[in-house]
Design a protein around this ligand. Structure first.
Ligand SMILES: NC(=O)c1ccc[n+]([C@@H]2O[C@H](COP(=O)([O-])OP(=O)(O)OC[C@H]3O[C@@H](n4cnc5c(N)ncnc54)[C@H](OP(=O)(O)O)[C@@H]3O)[C@@H](O)[C@H]2O)c1
Length: 269
């Protein structure tokens, strides 16, 4: 359901008739934030968390554009732009709407190896996809984000940026840089009323994490490592991203939000 099923009008204190959807921030039927009239760009909307988020935002009334190397299947009214963030991005993003109310950057890597088996090329590739790709996309979108006077940018880090985990040196280095980018950018863009926040998930059941969850034994061990007893789902993470994009989060910026089943902060007895 992309729209409310019928229009409800009410009068304001001056006696003007207004659609209820322009006043109520949540859709009463889904209890979701209302994204009617908002344009959101999701880089990496073809699978995993980005795909889940695209579906959620379409349901909440947003105009969604996804950009990735492959086209997402079954995404209803979403627009699609072919894009590889390891290549120049300006031309590929030139047909976006003039105003963007939200930008989400999903591309990421999981290249887990002992430190002495990681090459400079591995570190550079992780940095290129996780950090420079985000830098280039944000720069290309900045004029459109400024137009909206209240845009939200959401980036993805990992629990491993702040919690030491074996074999994570390359991805932790790249995602820590991304967190630094986000907090500094949040300060710089605050005068344009652009909010920049980061979600730091723990292991989440997406194609990216397929190898880590490829057997019942691995899944069970990963479930047990999390205080809440399970790995994450794309829906767990997408819900947080939708919140950070919404008007309900209009006073939240420069934050790193751990969505990790308690892994980063808890050690239950
Ligand atoms: N899943 C986890 O366990 C986990 C844990 C911690 C953090 N995270 C972070 O969460 C974010 C989302 O991860 P996910 O699990 O949803 O990953 P995913 O299922 O692999 O989805 C990644 C998306 O990014 C796109 N993408 C990848 N490389 C790209 C490129 N070079 N150019 C353009 N698009 C590209 C992919 O589309 P195409 O392949 O079609 O281009 C896909 O749509 C990532 O930043 C990841 O680091 C995930």
């Amino acid at each position: 359901m992309n729209e409310w099923p019928f229009a409800v009008f009410i009068t304001n204190c001056r006696g003007w008739w207004l659609p209820l959807s322009s006043i109520v921030k949540k859709d009463p039927f889904t209890n979701m934030a209302n994204f009617n009239g908002k344009n959101i760009l999701i880089i990496g909307g073809s699978s995993g968390i980005g795909r889940e988020l695209a579906g959620l935002l379409l349901q909440a009334g947003a105009g969604v554009t996804t950009a990735s190397r492959s086209q997402p299947a079954d995404l209803g009214n979403a627009a699609y732009l072919p894009l590889d963030v390891e290549q120049p991005v300006g031309e590929a993003l030139s047909s976006l709407p003039e105003t963007l109310h939200g930008l989400v950057y999903c591309p990421g890597t999981i290249n887990l190896r002992p430190f002495n088996r990681l090459t400079e090329g591995d570190f550079l590739k992780d940095f290129r996809i996780n950090v420079l790709g985000a830098v280039n996309v944000i720069q290309a979108c900045l004029p459109r984000l400024k137009q909206s006077q209240g845009a939200g940018v959401v980036l993805f880090s990992t629990v491993a940026a702040r919690l030491g985990l074996n074999f994570h040196t390359s991805i932790a280095t790249a995602k820590s840089a991304l967190e630094g980018l986000a907090v500094s950018l949040a300060a710089e863009l605050s005068t344009s009323r652009i909010r920049v926040n980061v979600i730091a998930p723990s292991l989440t059941d997406t194609p990216l994490a397929k190898l880590l969850l490829s057997s019942d034994e691995k899944r069970e061990a990963s479930n047990k490592r999390h205080p809440l007893g399970r790995v994450g789902t794309p829906a767990d993470i997408a819900a947080a991203a939708a919140f950070l994009l919404s008007d309900e989060a209009s006073w939240i910026t420069g934050q790193v939000l751990g969505i990790d089943g308690g892994l980063s902060n808890l050690k239950p007895l």
